[in-house]
Design a protein around this ligand. Sequence first.
Ligand code: PMP
Length: 359
Amino acid sequence: TTPAAPKLRDAVSALPAYVPGRPAVAPDGRPAYKLSSNENPYPPLASVQEVLREAVGSVNRYPDMSAAALVREIAAFHAVPVECVATGTGSVGVLQQVVQATCGPGDEVVFAWRSFEAYPIVVQISGASAVPVPLAADEGHDLDAMLAAVTPRTRLVLLCTPNNPTGTTIATNALARFLAAVPSDVLVVVDEAYTEFVRDADAADGVAAFREHANVAVLRTFSKAYGLAGLRVGYALAAPPVAAALRATAVPFGVSGLAQAAAIASLAARDELLERVEALVAERERVTAALRRQGWTLPDSSANFVWLRLGDRSAEFAAACDAVGVSVRPYGADGVRVTIGEREANDLFVQVAEAWLSR
Ligand code: PMP
């Protein structure tokens, strides 16, 4: 007889996989480009690399568990008290802390769908129930439907603006109406991973909402505009008791000394980094205009990616991109998300899109 296997929680055995963006494969000697993970195509600034080289000498020691210096810089940057800042292992780590701090079995978490694929996974791990609410026809959040989905069991609402993978934003007055109506004992997380890429004056400002509502927490990351995806550092701004709960549920020493040092250096070099963001925004607008000229319909993106609703032809389109050395991100039978990357990579994608329409 075979010995019994270790018992696993049902909620974990049934988890959907988190599918990371595929690496690009170069076709016969030509360059390969990864446009599948919303990464920043620019390498770290020389000043950030210098700080990292220095910090390497201390990796025999545990980092500052409270990330005090980084927390001070984040607090100063947003002009909020340090008590309102909690850091984590990427903003997805902070998201996990949020769910651990607010939810358990029997609780409900409302979020739009399709949105960031980690949402249903971290909710399911906690034992809480995911309540996905379909996006509106314009690919944006349907806040009325999300409000209607809130029940006495709802502990958490996740809003993603700009939304991954559609690039849509929530408007300022739509967020204000939502926050006025949602019960104040429900935590509303505004995930602003791509906020630096927003150029729409109507887009909601999560930090402003956090200043007005004790039940709003904002998630930010150093992975996208700041280009530190590989170092894993993000943070939340939240009311002091909420931020304290997020610190309590964090993995101890989850933000490495390298990550803390690089994040501090990146905040100091913010102006230089934002010039790169400006170039990526210009590329986004160039790509969007080219696709529309070709005849594609796509939502205005406020992030570093564009969204093509290709339905059941999504995998086929991704394969056509693979063939020219560009890896993009198909999402089931919904659509394909393409990160704005190097100009040559964007051009290859635009060429595939053009050829696709004239098949
Ligand atoms: N939120 C959103 C909306 C995202 O798209 C991502 C990255 N894909 C994250 C959070 C997590 O990013 P990180 O953990 O690198 O901060």
